[in-house]
Ligand binder design. Structure first.
Ligand SMILES: C[S@@+](CC[C@H](N)C(=O)[O-])C[C@H]1O[C@@H](n2cnc3c(N)ncnc32)[C@H](O)[C@@H]1O
Length: 249
């Protein structure tokens, strides 16, 4: 299967999802969108608010897409690495990190589109953030250990998600924090069903993580991805905050 996250359509959708204003996504002139859709906007920033430490050293954002959560983490981490498998997303994230503006299309319907532009937030030190293309199944051995690791909506896009779960204890330093978000949308096109959780995703996470992490809390965050003016993906991601136990590998 061709990687959908390399397509120009998904690049446009993710630039809007990560950098667009709610009024760009849900302009009220033509359509009376339900309030719940507006409340679902801003997901890449809301997941990062799940970390408790506001003065951390190193952060890692796995499956960072076009980078908005990595930039948000830089408000509380002195250094952040954002990693994604998509060359196209990482190219865009790097342009934004260089202070550049990216023009993109917000499709309204058919051939009708509005031209918008994305920029990195102006209130953070962009030098704190680096982006790299990489595979969450096999992160480079020398990547290091982090105070905060963020993995949003990526587990159910991996062919072998357990490989990432098994790597997490090495990635989070003792006392460090892990935020996982997952809408539990397991699909054969990304993950062979033999590798899906057999029961609920949260129980499967506990089975794999509790030996090395304490589960602090779980909660839900809605998110909204606009495809056209009249077609959106509204989903509810299940979030969990974990802290790395001391001395348990
Ligand atoms: C559903 S998107 C979520 C992106 C972002 N975290 C967010 O919440 O908006 C899934 C992301 O995982 C990335 N991805 C898929 N397979 C990957 C892999 N093997 N390693 C790293 N990233 C991967 C995709 O390129 C895409 O950016």
């Amino acid at each position: 299967m061709e990687n959908p996250y390399e397509s120009s359509r998904l690049l446009d959708e993710y630039l809007l999802f990560h950098y667009g204003d709610v009024d760009d996504a849900l302009p009220t002139e033509a359509i009376a969108y339900p309030q719940a859709m507006r409340e679902a906007w801003g997901f890449p920033h809301r997941t990062v608010k799940g970390f408790r430490n506001r003065d951390a050293h190193l952060g890692l954002d796995i499956g960072c897409a076009v980078g908005a959560s990595s930039f948000a983490m830089a408000r509380q981490c002195q250094r952040v690495i954002g990693i994604d498998y998509s060359h196209s997303f990482i190219h865009a994230a790097n342009l934004l990190r260089e202070g550049k503006t990216i023009d993109y299309r917000r499709v309204d319907e058919g051939m009708q589109a509005k031209h918008l532009s994305a920029q990195a937030p102006s209130d953070i030190d962009l030098d704190r953030v680096t982006f790299e293309q990489g595979d969450a199944h096999a992160l480079r051995e020398d990547i290091g250990t982090f105070d905060q690791v963020h993995a949003a909506n990526v587990l159910c896009r991996l062919a072998e998600p357990v490989k990432l779960l098994q790597r997490l204890p090495q990635l989070v330093r003792a006392g460090g924090e892990l935020v996982i978000a997952t809408p539990c949308t397991w699909l054969e096109s990304f993950t062979p069903s033999a590798n899906w959780p057999q029961g609920s995703t949260i129980d499967w996470l506990k089975d794999h993580l509790l030996a090395s992490f304490a589960l602090v809390k779980t909660w839900d965050e809605p998110f909204l991805i606009r495809e056209t003016a009249r077609k959106f993906q509204w989903s509810s991601s299940q979030l969990s905050l974990w802290t790395r136990r001391d001395g348990v590998w």
